[in-house]
Ligand binder design. Sequence first.
Ligand code: AMP
Ligand code: MG
Length: 409
Amino acid sequence: MSLKELIPADKALDIVLSGVQPIGEEKLTLRRATNKTLSQDLISLRTQPPFDASAMDGYAVLQSDVTSLPATLNVIGESKAGTPFDEPVGKGEAVRIFTGAVIPRGADTIIIQENTNAGDGTVEILEGTAKGKFIRKAGLDFNEGETLLNAGDILTPYRLALAASMNHADVPCYSQAKVAMISTGDELVMPGQATAPGQIIASNTFGIAASIENCGADVLDLGIAGDTRDALRVKIFEAITSNADVIVTTGGASVGDHDLVLPVAQEIGFEFEIAKIAMRPGKPFLFGRFQHKGKTVYLTGLAGNPVSSLVAFNVFVKPLIQKLSGQSAEALQRVPAVLSCDLPENDERAEYMRATLTVSKDGKRVASPFTKQDSSMLANLVRADCLVYRAVKADAAKAGDACEVVLIS
Ligand code: AMP
Ligand code: MG
């Protein structure tokens, strides 16, 4: 395939993801495992609850003692969470009990505290309870040996709590990809600095770094490389020797005289399969691989224009990072909407148009694309609620026609 070819976006995603395997596995303590991905099924090491437990504060009694009420019973002891009462409960007897405590032997009924009058060494039962009510049977939640979490599950807060309850102190997780970021351009300065004529602020850098972190990956920000071969070569080598799995560059990915990412990376030994995508924004997109010390290093070269780089990141780089990190690679999800205005026939590049969304009286999403779609306009991207997707060569569309949108806010 020639690097001059405009590659359709779905085909390009197949190329990017082909042969990609998770980079590895590691054990993480629960506190370090938030949002990481399980690499193996997780079997419970215990039964929960491990014993029949009271769900209420009250008294553990025999049902046969509370069939005619009121009844007065002798309180023979106490069972609290962590400190069971070891004797059996007999006829005419009650054990003071608290939530989470072991049900003493013999007892089959919990009378809630509100339905009793405590006496001196006795308790008067005013209202009964069905047998078994307010008793959590052993294994109510789960049993030892049950597989409750599966490889591929993201460790959300609920799942982490469950893993802890299953008595796992650490969990097998896929290793997270290490992603090096290089911003390119002589004109770039960091936010907060004074700008000389012709300079602009490196904004992509922050949007892309946050996007990488949102994938759960580690970011190694290598800063800005000026538009010279040497500057770029140094940064790419730094990324490789820092053991990056993916190198994300911004800027310099097109065909101008100062667009050096492709030739410099090729000199280093990267083999490229993609240089241009049939997509707007995001036409310049480089994808190459390099073998280093037995592993594949991926280079994804994003355009410099902020909107192009962020859209291309979501379409191609995010799924790559997800797959390397053992997550399922998510292609951008499109949902149905209708257009608020006419749109002309589309050309040979699929388009993602920034648009706002409203909801019509009949509950449909109505997308209104901005008139200006220039890929340098970040404020419009932030104002947008969605991207209206237009397929390659899509026919002209009328207001009210069905369309597909990617929700972004
Ligand atoms: P390039 O792809 O290098 O030709 O850059 C295209 C446009 O994006 C130019 O106007 C650059 O100044 C701008 N640009 C490049 N890198 C960044 C960045 N990190 N943040 C914001 N704009 C950038
Ligand atoms: Mg540039």
